[in-house]
Design a protein. Structure first.
Length: 226
């Protein structure tokens, strides 16, 4: 007499290989990469690849940027910046205190606080060959005469190199129609309160050619990094 078969035991699931992270860089990461030379480039890209695979990363500057934007938006003349170093966790207070003098100098350079408004910017995705680079200014400002600037802040201890300035401003400039139409790109060295603009003496097509080569090398290093 035939018997009714029992339930079939489920087959064990064999996990497939973990997909390698695809090449990608933020504006900050790519400009830090182009500022390096020789073996330091490979080490830097390898570190980025591992960080991307582990989905790790932390931005310690968020509250500082928020205080700066609040001062601009409410025409407060630096009152929020003056307090922020005492309001963050103790571990971040020395870092924030190093930022405040330069940030206040930057605010002063904007002129009358009532003549400057905070405006929203949008992120953009640049494609340098096959390498996606996220273009993400921190904010925009619009002056009483109507002209506007898209602002990217620079926080590192050492001043930005010429390569960092050129790469940052060129990539922002190329995507300004999406980021903040009719605005000019600006890089603000927040520790020193220095504002950098794209130099008139530099030909954009030469910068584009240079960055295309850097992006190709970045992608090649990423592909071979363990």
């Amino acid at each position: 007499m035939p018997t009714t078969p029992g339930p079939t035991a489920p087959r064990p699931t064999v996990p497939g290989p973990t997909a390698a992270p695809t090449p990608y860089a933020t504006l900050l990461a790519f400009t830090r990469y182009v500022d390096r030379t020789g073996p330091a480039k490979a080490g830097f890209v390898g570190g980025l690849r591992k960080q991307r695979a582990s989905r790790s990363g932390f931005n310690p500057h968020g509250q500082f940027v928020k205080a700066l934007k609040t001062d601009i938006a409410f025409h407060a003349g630096g009152t929020h910046l003056a307090r922020i170093a005492d309001e963050v966790k103790p571990r971040w207070q020395p870092l924030y205190r190093a930022f405040v003098p330069g940030a206040l100098a930057y605010l002063e350079s904007l002129g009358d606080p009532r003549g400057v408004d905070l405006v929203r910017t949008r992120d953009a995705l640049a494609m340098l060959g096959d390498l996606p680079v996220k273009i993400n200014p921190h904010f925009g400002v619009r002056y009483a005469d109507g002209h506007a600037e898209a602002v990217r802040l620079y926080f590192d201890e050492a001043p930005p190199s010429d390569e960092t300035v050129l790469a940052t401003l060129h990539l922002m400039r190329q995507h300004m129609d999406h980021v903040l139409p009719h605005a000019a790109p600006v890089l603000v060295d927040i520790r020193r309160g220095a504002t950098h603009h794209f130099p008139d003496s530099v030909r954009p097509e030469q910068v584009a050619q240079w960055l295309a080569g850097e992006a190709a090398a970045f992608r090649a290093i990423w592909s071979t990094a363990a």
